[in-house]
Design a protein around this ligand. Sequence first.
Ligand SMILES: Cc1cc2nc3c(=O)[nH]c(=O)nc-3n(C[C@H](O)[C@H](O)[C@H](O)COP(=O)(O)OP(=O)(O)OC[C@H]3O[C@@H](n4cnc5c(N)ncnc54)[C@H](O)[C@@H]3O)c2cc1C
Length: 326
Amino acid sequence: MTTSSDTADLVIPDLMVIGSGIAGLAAAQAAMSAGMSVMVIDKGRRIGGRVSTRRAHGFTFNHGAQFMTARSPEFVSLSTAAIQNHALAAWHVANRDALCGTPTMRDFPVYMQRGLDVRQGIEITDIGREHDHIILTDKDGQTHMARHLIVSAPAPQSQRLLANVAPNLSALACSASYAPCWTGMYGFSDAPPPHDPAPVGDDAGPVGFALWEADRPGAPAANHALTVQAAPGWSQQHLKDDAGDVADALLAAWQEASGQTIGTPVLKAAHRWRYARVVTPASDDAAVTSSCGRIAVAGDWLGGARIEHAFLSGQRAVAALTTAPN
Ligand SMILES: Cc1cc2nc3c(=O)[nH]c(=O)nc-3n(C[C@H](O)[C@H](O)[C@H](O)COP(=O)(O)OP(=O)(O)OC[C@H]3O[C@@H](n4cnc5c(N)ncnc54)[C@H](O)[C@@H]3O)c2cc1C
């Protein structure tokens, strides 16, 4: 884990980005290409935000985004380069031509990180402005300065962070909404019985999307790990349930939906994504910069529910900042 230090803060970057998810990384790459000095800060332990992979007791689970699609020329271009660098692979899944990170989903944000200064484990709790500088305070009381700022946290978190310093952006964030998602993760000592490798589930739930991790393109066969994501309605209904109860319920629901019977897992866990998929994005027409022209927002909530939306929002935030008068 890297943390900011007083020495690091003596160099004031042109742009600070809060969030090392896809939106923040896309913004940072676009700003670096435009000649800006950039620093990315994230409160999580690892890069990628909701494009996430968990390793536990020798098992690997892709417990956030499952796959992605690329339609815009900008995202197709990045995806093509990532495929050439073995960070993405083609995957026909859920009746569509899609892409998945290889060997894990997180390898895609890791690929996007190249050349960037990314610091994990720093949670920003307050944002202020002094003359032409943005002052960020983190949970440990350290301050960080930058000339410009992009906030790419999920909308409810951006709303809180920006309430004082950029009320128009805070209000914009308030207009977006999300559905939650419970993800069950199960590790087994033996290989699964023969089965159809297609994912199980649909939005009617309880199981929304479930698959054996070894059935992903490029995944190691020895990873006897099952990931079960609940549908949005079921997740909302069980939002406050105990994680252990949810893990049991989702495994039972998966057995019923798949028709597969398996033994007792040696590892069982559940993760709650409070802000998983965007249900209502913010308006396309709204300005994404503050009245001072030094702060912008990015994130999937500015476009839709997909990784590609997050990517495009990062590029849009940089374009807006570099053309805003300040
Ligand atoms: C279970 C699940 C399944 C999904 N499936 C798919 C799918 O199959 N296909 C698809 O295209 N999309 C899918 N998505 C959606 C996709 O993951 C998101 O649209 C995309 O990853 C959002 O990227 P982002 O950069 O906007 O936000 P995030 O990835 O949420 O990044 C925001 C970052 O900001 C950081 N942060 C927040 N507050 C602070 C703070 N105060 N200080 C410092 N850092 C902070 C967070 O730690 C986080 O890393 C899924 C999401 C989930 C959760």
